[in-house]
Ligand binder design. Structure first.
Ligand code: FAD
Length: 520
C-alpha cells in the first residue's frame, strides 16, 4: 500500500503545498510510502494553448523537484497520457490498483475542464473504494469564501478586495501552513518495486513544444523555489535600475541594496514604467506554483515586522492589491465558468462585430504594426515570454479596439507565448480590455497608443532596445516616427508605416460597441 500525491503543473513546489503535506501526513500516520505522480499530457497542453516556454519551465522545475523529493524519500514518477478524458479512469483503474493504493491527494485546478476531470476522479474513486482528496491550495483565499453581506459572490474588484483583505486579518491560519512535509523513510523502497510502471525520465522537451531558446530562458527565469525567493528578495530589498529592463534575469547581480528606494517602495509609480526594471517578475513562479501566494504574502509581512499593508497608499499596499488580482480572477473563473469556455462575462458583448484580417493579426504578433510601443512589447513577448503589465494592457487594447480583432485571438496568442501563461489572469486581462469582463474598462474608454507610449516609456529606452530600427531616434519621434519625421527620413529607417489610423479606428470601435448585435 502507499499514498499517492498527484502533482499538477500549477503546484511545482514542496514548501506550503497542501495536498503534498496532507498526503505526507497520511503516509506517516499509516506507516506506508508516499509517491508523487506527475501526468504529462501534451494533448492537453496543445488544447489549452500552453507555450513551449511554459512547458520548458515546467520540465526544468520538475527535474529540480525530483531531486528534492528524493531527498525526502518521496519518489517522483512520471506517466504520459495524451488525452485528458482518459486520465481519471487510467489513474483510478490502472495506476492506483497496480500500486495497491487507496489514498490519493491532489490540489484542485479551477479551470472548467480540469474541474470536471477532478470531479470525475473523485466520483470514480468513491465507486472503487479509493479515498480521493482534492484540496484548495492555489490561492491565498479559496474560491467561495469572499462573499457580499448577503452571502453572494462579488464581481466588482474594489468591494471584493476589501472583503478579501478582511479575511487575511481575521484568518491568519491561511499563512500558518507548516512548510515541509514529513519524510517517510519507508518510501525509498517503493522506487525499485514500482519503477516498471512508469517512465521516470523527465524528458528534455516534449514533441510539439521544443524550445530552442531553453538555455537563454534558463538564465532569464531560473527554476526552483529557492530562486523564486531570491527574485522576491530582490524586489523587496534592491533599487530598480534604468538599464535593467530588457533581456536580463530578475537575479542579475549588481542589484543595489536599498530599503527606502527599493522596487517595492517605488511600486506605486514604478509599476507603470516599462523603461526601468520595476515590478517583481514573480509571475512565472506564481503561475507554476513554484512559490505560493501565501508564501509571497508571508515574505512581505516579514519585511514589515509582521504587519501586512493593503491599500493604495504605500508601495507595499499597492503591490498586495496587485497580488490579490490573481485570487480575484481565479474566483471569477471558479464562480462563472463560462469565462474559461471562451465566452464573455458580460453576455451582451458576445455579438460585437469583429474584423477578419490575417495580415493585421500577424503584424501585431510579429511587432510590425508601425506603432513603436506595441512593436517593442510584442517583440519582448516573443523573446522573453513575458511583458510588463502596462504594455500587456496597451498591446491588448490595440488588438481589440484598434484593429477590431476578436479578443480571443489575442488571449490565445498570449497563452501560446507566455512563460507565466495563466488562464484566469490572462482571460481576466483580456476581458477587462475588451470591456466584456467583470468590472471592465468601460467600452468608451479607449487607450490612446501614443499617449500611453509617452507615459510608460518616457525615456524611450524600452522602444530603443526592442525595436533596433529606431535606436537612434530622440524626443517625440521615438513614439511616433511616421508623423514626427520627414517622409524621406522615415523611409530610410526600414520600419513599417502605421497599419491603422488611430482616430478612425477609435470611432469604429465606439460604433461597433454601441451598436452591438447590429451590422454596419
Ligand atoms: P507585479 O506587478 O510585481 O505583481 C505581482 C503579482 O501579482 C504578479 O506576479 C501576478 O501574479 C499578480 N498580478 C499582478 N497584476 C495582476 C493582474 N492584473 N491580474 C492577475 N494577477 C496579477 N498575469 C499572469 O500571471 N499570467 C498571465 O497569463 C497574464 N496575462 C495577462 C494578460 C493581459 C491582457 C493583461 C492586461 C494582464 C495579464 N496578466 C497576467 C497580469 C499581469 O500583467 C502580470 O501578472 C504581471 O505583469 C506580472 O509581472 P510581475 O510579476 O512583475 O507583477
Amino acid at each position: 500500500d502507499c499514498v499517492v500525491y498527484w502533482m499538477r503543473m500549477e503546484d511545482m513546489r514542496i514548501e506550503d503545498n497542501t495536498a503534498l503535506y496532507k498526503a505526507s501526513e497520511k503516509a506517516v500516520e499509516l506507516g506506508i510510502p508516499l509517491i508523487a505522480l506527475f501526468v504529462l499530457s501534451p494533448g492537453d497542453y496543445k488544447i489549452h494553448d500552453r507555450s513551449n516556454k511554459k512547458i520548458d519551465f515546467t520540465l526544468r522545475n520538475l527535474r529540480c523537484l525530483k531531486t528534492k523529493l528524493h531527498e525526502l524519500n518521496i519518489p517522483l514518477h512520471i506517466v504520459s497520457y495524451d488525452r485528458r478524458l482518459q486520465i481519471p479512469r487510467r489513474i483510478i483503474k490502472e495506476v492506483l490498483p497496480s500500486l495497491g493504493s487507496n489514498h490519493f491527494f491532489a490540489n484542485i485546478e479551477y479551470e472548467v475542464d480540469e474541474l470536471r476531470r477532478d470531479i470525475a476522479t473523485v466520483n470514480l474513486g468513491r465507486d472503487n473504494g479509493i479515498d480521493v482528496q482534492c484540496l484548495h491550495d492555489r490561492l491565498i483565499v479559496p474560491p467561495g469564501k469572499v462573499l457580499s453581506q448577503k452571502g453572494k459572490p462579488i464581481s466588482v474588484f474594489s468591494p471584493w478586495q476589501r472583503a478579501w483583505a478582511k479575511l487575511l486579518d481575521q484568518q491568519p491560519k491561511y499563512f500558518d501552513m507548516s512548510p515541509t512535509p514529513k519524510s517517510n523513510d519507508q518510501s525509498i523502497k517503493s522506487d525499485e518495486k514500482f519503477s516498471t510502471l512508469f517512465d521516470d525520465k523527465i524528458p528534455d522537451s516534449l514533441e510539439g513544444f521544443e524550445c530552442p531558446e531553453s538555455d537563454k530562458l534558463k538564465e532569464l527565469w531560473p527554476e526552483g523555489t529557492d530562486r523564486a525567493k531570491e527574485v522576491l528578495n530582490r524586489f523587496f530589498h534592491t533599487k530598480p535600475r534604468k538599464d535593467q529592463f530588457h533581456f536580463v534575469s530578475p537575479l542579475t547581480p549588481g542589484a543595489e541594496e536599498s530599503e527606502k528606494e527599493s522596487r517595492i517602495a517605488q511600486y506605486q509609480t514604478g509599476r507603470n514604467l516599462v523603461d526601468g526594471d520595476n515590478s517583481s517578475k514573480i509571475s512565472p513562479y506564481l503561475a507554476s506554483g513554484v512559490i505560493s501566494g501565501r508564501m509571497v504574502l508571508n515574505e512581505a509581512k516579514k519585511m514589515k515586522k509582521g504587519k501586512l499593508e493593503s491599500g493604495r497608499d504605500t508601495g507595499m499596499g499597492m503591490w498586495v492589491q496587485e497580488v490579490s488580482w490573481r485570487d480575484f480572477y481565479n474566483h471569477v473563473m471558479a464562480t462563472w465558468p463560462r469565462v474559461s469556455m471562451g465566452r464573455p462575462f458580460l453576455e451582451k458583448f458576445a455579438d460585437v462585430q469583429w474584423e477578419t484580417n490575417e495580415d493585421h493579426l500577424q503584424a501585431w504578433k510579429d511587432g510590425k504594426t508601425g506603432f513603436p510601443i506595441i512593436d517593442a512589447a510584442m517583440r519582448a513577448c516573443k523573446a522573453r515570454g513575458w511583458m510588463e503589465n502596462r504594455v500587456r494592457m496597451v498591446a491588448a487594447s490595440f488588438l481589440v479596439k484598434g484593429l477590431m480583432l476578436d479578443w480571443r485571438l489575442g488571449e490565445k496568442y498570449f497563452m501560446e507565448s507566455f512563460v507565466d501563461g495563466d488562464l484566469a489572469a490572462n482571460n481576466g486581462g483580456w476581458q477587462w480590455t475588451a470591456s466584456t469582463g467583470t468590472d471592465p474598462q468601460p467600452f468608451f474608454r479607449i487607450f490612446n497608443t501614443l499617449t500611453q507610449s509617452e507615459k510608460c516609456d518616457p525615456t524611450g529606452a524600452y522602444i530603443r532596445y526592442w525595436v533596433p530600427e529606431l535606436k537612434n531616434l530622440k524626443g517625440k519621434a521615438i513614439h511616433d516616427p511616421y508623423h514626427q519625421m520627414p517622409r524621406t527620413e522615415f523611409k530610410k529607417l526600414g520600419y513599417p508605416e502605421p497599419i491603422i489610423d488611430h482616430k478612425t479606428s477609435r470611432e469604429r470601435a465606439l460604433f461597433r460597441y454601441k451598436n452591438v448585435g447590429e451590422k454596419e
